[in-house]
Design a protein around this ligand. Sequence first.
Ligand code: SAM
Length: 257
Amino acid sequence: MRYTQEDGTERWNRNADTWHRHYGGKDPNRRDLLDPIILKTLGDVKGKRILDAGCGDGYLSRKFAKLGAIVTAVECSHRMLAIALAQQQYQPLSITYHNGNIANLPFLSDCSFDAVITNNVIQDTADYVGAFREFCRLLQPGGIYLHIVNHPCFSTPVFGWVKDEDGRKLHRKVDRYFERGPFLVPWSLSSGMEPTIAWHRTLGDTVNSLISCGFRLSQLLEPEPPESWYTFYPERLDAARIPDFLILVCTKEMTGC
Ligand SMILES: C[S@@+](CC[C@H](N)C(=O)[O-])C[C@H]1O[C@@H](n2cnc3c(N)ncnc32)[C@H](O)[C@@H]1O
């Protein structure tokens, strides 16, 4: 089945309320694992112009704005955006929200951002090269693009844990790594989420596209569980065996504005 961006967006419309109830800022993956890395990498964000591309319910935009950043947020799912806007009404912050596709952002000006972040978005985006091109256009020279995705080496079109007869996880199954394109991502029954649509690309596809769009790769990170999870979330320690996420810290070349 050849899924389109519109199919993916429709899935996020249907999942938005469940996502907001259980994930976003409440998700330990974000709160304990990714957000500390994001904040450390970007440093003091006070006064910085940040684009939260694919902002979902806006939890990270609000976090940045509370720290004094000037935030622009783009989201293609109208239901996700409605949730973000409802929070904004309840607690107005320095965030400008737009409904749009991050691969086509004509309403944002060249060289107008210090940092761009996609927090688990690009695997759900059909035109990832178009998005990288837009981010390079929007960043000022030396600006940072923080790319966070489900790790493409371990979240392939066929992935999961191989278990023994008692349900113990033996090892991770990974297959069809070179099969690029959209596939259905099942979520656990307990999550209440309908399957979403992801686009698989190899690590090489991503890194080489970033470079050809004008970025330099400054750092590659594979977050490991924090100490606190050994006490509070032992069920999450699969992440100490196989990384769930890949983070690429990219810098825009010093030319182009
Ligand atoms: C896994 S959610 C992550 C949301 C948010 N960044 C977070 O970390 O909570 C992925 C989000 O990316 C959005 N998205 C996917 N492709 C997009 C695109 N091309 N343009 C704008 N938003 C997109 C989806 O609608 C969804 O809200």
